[in-house]
Every structure is written in C-alpha cells, then in structure tokens.
Design a protein around this ligand. Sequence first.
Ligand code: KDG
Length: 322
Amino acid sequence: MQSQGGIDVVTLGETLVALRSHTVGPLRSRSLLEISVAGAESNVAIGLSRLGHRATWVGRVGADYLGEVVLAQLRAEDVQVHAHVDQETQTSLMLKVRRTADVHQVVYYRRGLAGSRLSQADIDADIIRRAQLLHITGITPALSHQASNAVVKAVELARESGTAISLDVNYRSSLWSPEEAGTALRPLALMADLVFASVRELELLERGASEDPLTAARNLAASRRGRQVVVKQSSNGAFVVMDGAVTTCDGFRVRVVDPVGAGDAFVAGYLSALLDGLPLPARLQRGCETGAFVVSTDGDWEGFPRRAELGLLALDEESTVR
Ligand code: KDG
C-alpha cells in the first residue's frame, strides 16, 4: 500500500491508565502497583509504530495526572496523538491484578470517564482522509452512544475518501450483551475491508460460527470482494478468508507470561505486513509472531517487537543472542 500524506493507520478509542500488581496474589494495602497505559486501539498504534509505521491515535483524556501519563507514553512510542483533553472528567483507569501465577483479573473504571466521552467533534476529517487505514474496535461503540457515533462518523469519512477500514470485534462482556454487540457491530463489519475476530466473536456477526468458523468466515467475506476475515485462534494460530480462498498459519510456541494484549498485537502485526505489501501468508505469520512476542512479556503491549527483532522467536528455546 502506498502511504499518502504521512499517516499509515489512524485509530480511535479509549486509552486507560493501567495499574498492574507487581506481585502474585490478592491486592492488599501496601501492594506495589506499576503504572502503564492500556487500550486496544492504542496498543495497535504502538505495535505499528514499533515496526516503523506512522500511526495516529485519536481519543480523550482527562485534565489530570493520569491523562498526562497516557499522552506522554503514546508520544514516547512515536504515536501521533490527537487528543481532546476533557476538562469535565477524569482519565479512564484499569486495574490488572495477577491473582494467581496464571490468572489475571482486570477491573475497569471507565463509565462516564474521558474515553467514553469521545464524540463526533473529536474526529478530524482530514486525518481520516490522509490515512491508508482506519482501525476501529468493538470496544468504542460499547462505551457510550456518543463514542459509538464518533466511530460511525470515522467510518463514513473513511468510506468517502477510500481509506480502508479495519474492525477488530474485541467483545467486552462487561460493557454490553452479545445481542447488543451483534446489532451494533454487524453493520460496521459489512463496511469493513478487514474484520478480525476470535471464533466466539465471529459468532456475534455470523450465527453458527462456534460450530463451523470457516463457513461463517466465508459468509462474512463473501459480501465484499477483497474483504479479509481473519479468525484468531490464540496459540492455535489463525486463518484468513478472502475471495473464497483460505490461508492458515500455526501459532508460535512460547512461554505465556501475560496473555492480555495478544489480539491487538496480532492485529498490529497483520496490518504491518499488509502495509508492507506482503501476501496473506506473511500477514498471518507476522500477526502470530507479534502476538507471541506480547504474550511472552508482562503488559498489554510492552513486549511488542521492533522490526529488527522480527525472527527472534524462530531461535531455539532459551537462546542467548549476542
Ligand atoms: O486488548 C487489550 C486490552 O484488553 C487492554 O489493553 C485494555 O482496551 C482495553 C480493554 O477494554 O480491555
């Protein structure tokens, strides 16, 4: 894909401050917490930026310390930031507790807070027009009516200007029911050039996906020539259906330290390979690889590779690179 006007991917959504417990076990007074940021869309933007693409994030933060953390972190990762600093509310927050060595509990503080107040006025038509790709997720429409309208406006602008649309279903059961999600996301999926979903998420768009994901993906892909329906299957890899053809990829074998963020990392890797003009197998391969990098590191995005690190996971287990 040719880059015009300096933006490869624009994304919009809620970025939260993430407080993560430092040790395994329940949270107690005097537990140590690490401060970072999280948010599916900005995770994708960071991933793309690490791989050398020009990524822009559009969103809202509060006029508070936490908002400053979000903006500083995204800028530190070379993401172009178009933020509305909302004077009337606070920055959204996420608490991630490592309850046992293998179980992470995530608690959100987002209702009515800055991320959910994203509105149509925050969407700059010029930014959408200048981008190769608009990436949205199913989280933003679930946050509020206002945020949902902002997504619709971005999608309409993208369609008018020929900017490709990428949708990651990213279902969050704490925000809405499967029925509500399906009703809101089906029309967006039908406008998208790329749809990313797990098998369970595909079920929200195409009934029967749980029993037969391949047929469901084919059905969704069939209504638009060139649409890529990408089904993420965690450690089992992924497959993509486009114009009736199916391409598959095995997952990478890595030690999972923290599974949160795997899906966003996959999307960033896939989109990166698409922007590089690589064919479908290489897009899946890079998606699986970047997903594996992120799950083998603490944090939702911190382990994302730089371009020079691609290929590192193909080394033997416990290799030392000198
Ligand atoms: O995909 C990783 C996300 O779960 C995380 O970074 C925060 O946006 C987020 C959410 O809704 O969980």
